[in-house]
Design a protein around this ligand. Sequence first.
Ligand SMILES: Cc1cc2nc3c(=O)[nH]c(=O)nc-3n(C[C@H](O)[C@H](O)[C@H](O)COP(=O)(O)OP(=O)(O)OC[C@H]3O[C@@H](n4cnc5c(N)ncnc54)[C@H](O)[C@@H]3O)c2cc1C
Length: 436
Amino acid sequence: MGEQRAMMKQTDQTTDVIVIGAGAAGMMAACQAALCGARVLLLEKNEKAGKKIYITGKGRCNFTNACETEDFFENVPQNASFLYSSVYSFDPHAVIEWFEAHGVRTKIERGLRAFPQSDHASDITRCLEKEMRRLGVEIRLNTEVEKLLLSDSLNEVGGVCLKGGARLLSRCVIVAAGGLSYPSTGSTGDGYRFARETGHTVGRLSPSLVPFEVQEEDIRKLQGLSLKNVVFTVYGRKQKLFREMGEMMFTHFGVTGPLVLSASARVQDAIAASSLQAQIDLKPALPQEKLDARILREFDSNRNRSLRNALRGLYPSTLVPVIIERAGIDPEKPVHDVTAAERKALILHTKQFALTITALRGFGEAVITHGGVSVRQIDPGTMESKLVQGLFFAGEVLDVDALTGGFNLQIAWSTGHAAGAAAAERAGRCSSPPCC
Ligand SMILES: Cc1cc2nc3c(=O)[nH]c(=O)nc-3n(C[C@H](O)[C@H](O)[C@H](O)COP(=O)(O)OP(=O)(O)OC[C@H]3O[C@@H](n4cnc5c(N)ncnc54)[C@H](O)[C@@H]3O)c2cc1C
């Protein structure tokens, strides 16, 4: 921190609020601070704003979830209570109204996921850029912040130092530099460095909403296989960590898909300690006795055929040899020779298809970062640091994360909105936020 001292003598520019990062949180913060009357400078190291927004929701941007606000928090496994104030102040319905009021027609899909009606994520970015221009936010692209400037006493922010050495002074700085996921979009963890260098605690960082690596060799034969309406269960040492019905897919390294991504958010601590056991119920609609009756029906209509051929009506074709091998049966055995014990083994491996999860995939494949700036050091109403006056954090850089469904962008909008309004007030531009 010593390096941060006495850096506020020479200036290139003075403004009220500097926002670091033109992602979802940074652009919303800039809009809100400017709306509250602050002079705002937004600094983005990429050549364009909102690079990550373009790839959200497979290019369609699931920008929030139209759930009731109370239900929102059930989708936030990490530090949900920290978000009460900011999310109640700018909740999913307010976000939808905000985008509608700023010219984005929206639609609600399965699971209350909200999208631009056009199915173009670019509508969201363009809308934010247009609003920032209207409000007079100065946007500097290709501009990378190197470090934060603090007062001599180290408890007040004074501005930022850019890569190359230029210093920009401001009353407030909002760090909205994102996490570590998909670093190609610009989120390379700089926000965590800024936080640590100014005395903040940054909790363990790990990829979340991310595929699993699996130990069993036979799953390589299933690469590309998609399963719908299966139940996926992950066990910790003492209890069930996750159990849901949905879709998943096998890959060359393990498993992915909506169920797996959701599970990854629930196993963060457990997987850090050891590998985990998981099971897929491939036929959740059929209890064991019904499944047995179904298998017998398949055998009946495939008399004299091999087990391998007889099971094709029951499982996807790539799964048939894997299930038979796991059950320890000769695939060429005629169905009339298959014993009751062998049927029992087939049922077992169908209802409890076992996987050993050895690791999470990396940040390059993770939708979000788990961990971040300790929320104990941040005021939940304003997003201002409790250690450094005038310094705010918003978005993925914070130690909060949610499940898929639009909840993570909602966190970015809500925390950005709160930080923007509060920074304008701290800069003396707005006496009663939210002013609008
Ligand atoms: C593939 C993918 C799909 C997703 N889909 C969805 C979805 O549909 N719905 C949903 O809710 N969430 C989704 N997410 C998660 C969501 O995108 C993030 O939670 C959200 O974008 C975080 O916003 P942010 O503003 O905090 O950070 P970011 O969007 O990462 O923005 C941070 C910005 O800061 C800039 N920056 C970093 N360091 C510096 C520096 N030193 N100087 C200047 N600028 C800097 C970066 O270049 C970047 O532009 C998805 C994520 C991924 C990776």
